[in-house]
Design a protein around this ligand. Sequence first.
Ligand code: PLP
Length: 385
Amino acid sequence: MTVANFSSEIIYADNAATTPLDADALNLMLELQKKFFANPSAAYKLSRPLKKILRQSREKIAACINAEPNEIIFTSGGTESDNHAIKSVVLEHLSERPNIITSAVEHKAVLNSCAAMKNLGCTVTKLPVDQCGAVDPLELKKNILPQTAIISIMFANNEVGTIQPIKTLVEIAHDAGKIFHTDAVQAVGHIPVDVKHSGVDMLSASAHKFNGPKGVGFLYIRDGLKVLPYIDGGAQEFSMRAGTENVPAIAAMALALEKNCRDMKIIAEKISTCVDTVIDRLKNNGIDFIINGGDNRLPGHLSLSFKGIGGESLMHRLDLKNICVSTGSACNSRQTTTSHVLRALNVPKEYIGGTIRISFGKKNSTVDARIIGDRLTELLRAVAD
Ligand code: PLP
């Protein structure tokens, strides 16, 4: 995907950080912004269309993950959904010094929610991962304590793309009578996510990761699961999340998700081809590299590690060539320490510092991938000379 940027064109391959807004979703959002201003909670007829849009959006989103509409609450995005899921469960049990089980490769939205709860007196168990980034179900089984209040393990990793064995992990959690939350921010809209099949109790998602607008997302809460509200105030969102809903953004999120789910297979094939193209290009050019995250990865994710160059430097050099990739997760891109995810994967020390993440999205083409492979080759050869 090339985007006009003043006089030059940029190849955007950082879709794990955020995705471009789908054109139909943008048009819908603008149209609704122009047409409606009423508060969706009001009782007069001016609010009726907004209530209807909210209901239809909830139905569409629920259908995309095989949930029921009353199991979806709209939030401001992945971070809020993760905070809500973890904190609302833990705070209810605070006097019992509850335990949270999570993994070593979670996004900061989960890790820092756990850290905040630790400061209030609960304990946090961080499960290790194997070299591919996957949690061993036996490790989960071994670590469940009587006082474990919630288990939060991500569906797919944002830095290396590893997909976790969620269904197996959920079965273990449920056998022990524990609540299971998954941060599915990188998975929803990209790979099949079925809450009934996987059995998760709660699931976080964010619109801007699936070509929807920023600042909006949702939290799935299984019907019957008793969870406290996280934001207190009015009675919106079944009294679970107070605050006047951003109806145009919610409608755009629902449309973007519906479109991505409809086209999921075609998009996945296209972006896997992009990933293979970069890998082939580097291999054919004799470049030495490691692919992180194992074989069971998100289709558009490619975390590569090289020797003899820093990932940060590589990212900036690619930027000078009008190619956007990242060194890790976007939220950590200003951090200079090695990523906690790469450390958890035990990426060899000669390679770990030279890691970049390329993430393709539905707007990318194999031409983009070929250019990225060639520019990377030129840069790495220049450094080696
Ligand atoms: N969880 C994961 C796995 C993510 O990749 C991100 C965003 O990078 C988030 C949570 C936070 O989502 P948001 O940006 O919508 O707050």
